[in-house]
Design a binder for this molecule. Structure first.
Ligand SMILES: Cc1cc2nc3c(=O)[nH]c(=O)nc-3n(C[C@H](O)[C@H](O)[C@H](O)COP(=O)(O)OP(=O)(O)OC[C@H]3O[C@@H](n4cnc5c(N)ncnc54)[C@H](O)[C@@H]3O)c2cc1C
Length: 246
């Protein structure tokens, strides 16, 4: 979010639009925003701070977004700030340390999203196992066909690999180590894995999987966001490459 510090008035002046995800973001009383408070600082990592913005301030608007592909049980809003004035006393954390504070949060959130992806994929595997054992095609359960068995085996392997990445990344954070490349690997692998697994699961359900009454349709739609928010798959790969090649 681009904010500017108006030094004369000791106010924060803003003009920005951004997504926000969470419980009722359009009905929140307060927001913690990542704002540019020292744009001239030669160290680009010292230009930002965190600031609390009360949502009843003039110039603030939140519009509830509808029509999302998936994660429809979770609210998303578009926040708009038009010359919102916030006193410097609303600054939280260390002024100028906002970048490091945001990155710390991102690292935790990325592991959470990777775990979300593992859970989504696991749901798809469980639904698929139940379905292929029950559904009869050409006088035999789908589960008896080798091409179906291979899909089930691949899904199990990828989910287990993703889960282990999540556990190691989370364990290292608990030990006090932020391993950027490992966190990025967990987020990027698990997001892609969830999209692939839910696609396979829907395929094994055939036409039924395309219908809203089958859970696998929702899992297929829910998986995609794990490749997008908290850092896209591409950005995670950039982080890994930068760390490995420096
Ligand atoms: C449901 C939902 C909830 C969200 N919640 C939040 C939230 O709570 N807080 C928040 O801050 N944001 C939130 N977001 C925003 C989300 O984090 C961004 O949409 C996401 O980071 C991608 O940014 P973008 O949409 O600007 O895509 P863009 O930056 O326009 O990227 C488009 C594509 O280009 C690729 N790309 C961009 N730059 C590069 C590059 N340098 N090299 C290679 N490829 C590149 C991207 O990987 C992507 O595939 C939410 C989004 C959604 C859909």
């Amino acid at each position: 979010m681009d904010f500017e510090l108006s030094r004369e008035q000791k106010d924060i002046v803003s003009a920005a639009r951004e997504f926000a995800q969470g419980e009722f973001p359009d009905r929140a009383d307060y927001l913690i925003c990542f704002v540019q408070t020292d744009p001239e600082n030669p160290d680009r990592h010292r230009r930002h701070s965190m600031i609390m913005v009360e949502t009843d301030r003039d110039g603030f608007e939140a519009n509830h977004l509808t029509g999302k592909l998936g994660i429809r049980a979770s609210d998303t809003a578009e926040l708009s700030f038009s010359n919102v004035r916030v006193p410097c006393s609303n600054l939280v954390g260390d002024p100028g340390n906002g970048f490091a504070e945001a990155m710390y949060l991102f690292n935790l959130d990325r592991v959470v999203v990777a775990a979300q992806a593992v859970g989504t994929a696991r749901g798809a595997l469980e639904e698929s196992i139940q379905h292929v054992k029950k559904r009869i095609a050409f006088n035999a359960p789908l589960a008896s066909f080798q091409s179906i068995q291979f899909k089930i085996a691949d899904m199990f392997t990828w989910i287990q690999a993703g889960r282990n990445l999540v556990y190691e990344a989370a364990w290292r954070i608990d030990q006090g180590t932020i391993d950027h490349k490992l966190i990025a690997a967990a987020k990027s692998f698990c997001g892609q894995m969830a999209v692939k697994c839910t696609d396979m699961a829907l395929q094994m359900h055939g036409g039924y999987g395309y219908l809203a009454e089958y859970k696998v349709q929702r899992l297929f739609r829910d998986a995609k966001i794990t490749e997008i928010y908290e850092g896209t798959t591409e950005i995670e790969k950039i982080i890994m490459a930068r760390n490995l090649l420096k």
